[in-house]
Design a protein around this ligand. Sequence first.
Ligand code: 5GP
Length: 183
Amino acid sequence: MMEQDMEQILFTQAQVAGRIREMAREITRDYAGKAPLVVGILRGSFIFMADLVRQVELPLCLDFMSASSYGAGTVSSGKVNIRLDLQEDIAGRDVLLVEDILDTGNTLSKLVAELQARGPASLKLCVLLDKPDRRTKPIQADYVGFTIPDAFVVGCGLDYDQRYRNLPYIGILKPSVYESENP
Ligand code: 5GP
């Protein structure tokens, strides 16, 4: 699907599925005896989270939130801008935060601080992709699907201008796709 727009396919549908299966096993083992609250960050996490939780064998609950950083390019001293907050009270809960990609870490480090302030019993971070080369904040994920180089990727929930989220693989977009849309 839409392979003609890809510079390279980084991970095939089968590779993604295989890795998510391994992550689910790890989470099932690590949280044995617990009932975690799995929190997806919209919109990017929804496909990864759906694939993941269906293979986690625990009595878990789900919730979602959406956040954005204040003003791109400005010095980020303020709090994260929560556009959609959780329905659940996370005090005393074992929270597993699920995100599509950990890039600079700006958004996630603020979000983690915000959630920590609500007093969860534990808070861990699970990402499908990690781009450590771009990190500007001291934040690490507890569960990482794939570590990737500094390239702009799409698919499996990740978009370019709200498109490509539904690709079943993870690919690097051809520069001509950007160039044709931003002449
Ligand atoms: P951060 O605050 O870590 O810099 O930004 C994280 C957000 O930037 C991710 O949730 C994602 O929405 C977006 N992002 C970062 N890298 C990529 C990428 O390679 N592809 C896509 N589609 N989005 C990305």
